[in-house]
Design a protein around this ligand. Structure first.
Ligand code: PSV
Ligand code: MN
Length: 424
């Protein structure tokens, strides 16, 4: 559909234009005392996983409007992530949701992924839906369920997901529980959390030595009165009680409006308990919009804390993943925009003058502190991001290349107009 040669040729054509943007930016940053080369090196190696459920068109409760050419199998999902990685050189891993994407032949799937330069990121369990052959129902919860048979089934499913992940070379399990209640009195909060903790402990005990379990939280939805793991505090409590291999996972959309997510990041990193990140953006709730499309300054502030934490705490390495739903845009175009937005925020956080910020904080100089942060946020770092991408073999402008090469049209021709990818 598009070859490395196409990309390199186009990059060569854009070289003069690119240089005209890059040189003044690099000069300005150097004048500010920033080591541009070390910023580029950090951007070069930064990789963001793509979930296997993000390659198809997302829907709302009301409707789904597919574009066509959606991947019909796990193999085709891997091809799409491979294509994305070819364009942006920043998405070298795929995160599978089981049972939506059970590999029939793990060795062959691993080989296919590696032929595209891809690894397997965290595997995700699914106890929020009943599968056609299910022996029990998760209607009233899974790991928290009042009935031990249901809990046992949910624990066994999570163990199977770990086993699939082991076969693929994955190193983490992400657990997002839809467990909760929609009406006061439906659930005993304390007992539900206790049962969840006991179930999680059984899953934890099945983890290989070099694995992690990432505990995701969400304040509401699918239940509307209470969720068993509603917030970072409950996630942290569970992760701490489980042990060193358990960490909290922050999904940007899983917070009530105006929550100070950057502060949550700072606290979890101080505790060495931040394990992963799901990127998206929202205005009202779990809207699953493209990351930084609504609140770019907040996103920059989150990255500012992430960079500070990566430099100054002993928090383990983080798993980065996009977790958005593409119901209006072409999923691949949306993923290209998301990865660009993430790298822009990361680059801006890397050019924050940390010494000046510390000085302003120590002197209680509020205005100066704001200047430091906003100076970085107001710097157009796109040429820096493009420079790093091209150094790593990616395209000067991935979205332009995707459109110019009419990739969606080619995918529709190959796969058909009415294909449906597994997922939500
Ligand atoms: C739930 O809203 C969530 O963010 C979890 O990460 C799931 O695994 C994912 O979406 C897909 O349903
Ligand atoms: Mn998520």
């Amino acid at each position: 559909m598009i070859t490395k040669d196409n990309i390199l040729q186009n990059n060569a054509d854009q070289k003069a234009k690119h240089q005209k943007r890059l040189t003044p930016l690099a000069d300005t940053l150097s004048d500010q005392g920033i080591d541009v080369e070390s910023v580029l090196k950090k951007l070069d190696t930064f990789q963001i996983a793509v979930p296997s459920w993000a390659l198809g068109t997302g829907g709302t409760r009301f409707a789904r409007f597919p574009e066509g050419g959606e991947p019909r199998s796990l193999e085709e999902k891997i091809e799409d992530v491979g294509l994305l990685h070819l364009l942006n050189a920043s998405s070298n891993a795929i995160s599978l949701h089981i049972p939506w994407d059970i590999p029939k032949d793990a060795t062959a799937i691993k080989q296919l992924a590696s032929s595209h330069g891809l690894l397997f990121d965290a595997v995700n369990s699914n106890t929020f839906q009943d599968q056609p052959d299910a022996k029990v129902s998760y209607k009233f919860g899974s790991l928290c369920h009042v009935d031990k048979h249901v809990r046992d089934e949910a624990v066994a499913h999570n163990k199977e997901v770990i086993d699939h992940g082991v076969a693929l070379g994955s190193k983490a399990l992400t657990v997002w529980l839809a467990d909760g209640s929609s009406f006061p009195g439906q659930l005993n909060f304390r007992e539900a959390l206790q049962r969840t903790q006991d179930s999680l402990q059984q899953i934890y005990d099945h983890l290989p030595a070099d694995w992690k379990v990432l505990v995701e939280y969400k304040p509401y939805e699918p239940y509307f009165y209470s969720m068993v793991i509603p917030d970072w505090g409950t996630s942290h409590l569970l992760a701490s009680s489980l042990g060193e291999k358990a960490l909290s996972l922050v999904d940007l959309g899983h917070h009530l409006p105006n929550t100070n997510i950057e502060q949550i990041v700072a606290i979890l990193m101080m505790q060495k308990k931040l394990g992963g990140f799901h990127f998206n953006d929202s205005k009202y709730g779990d809207d699953d919009l493209t990351v930084a499309s609504i609140k770019p300054y907040q996103f920059f502030l989150i990255f500012n804390e992430l960079v500070d934490g990566m430099q100054n705490t002993k928090n383990p390495e983080l798993s980065w993943m996009i977790d958005a739903s593409h119901n209006l845009k072409d999923p691949i175009e949306d993923l290209i925009q998301a990865i660009e937005a993430i790298k822009i925020a990361y680059a801006q956080a890397l050019i924050v003058d940390r010494a000046a910020l510390k000085k302003a904080q120590t002197a209680n100089d509020v205005s100066a502190a704001q200047e430091v942060l906003q100076n970085a946020f107001r710097t157009d770092v796109r040429a820096l991001v493009a420079e790093s991408r091209m150094r790593m073999g990616g395209a000067y402008d991935p979205l332009h290349s995707f459109r110019e090469n009419q990739i969606r049209r080619q995918l529709i021709a190959k796969r058909g107009l009415k294909t449906v990818a597994t997922g939500l």
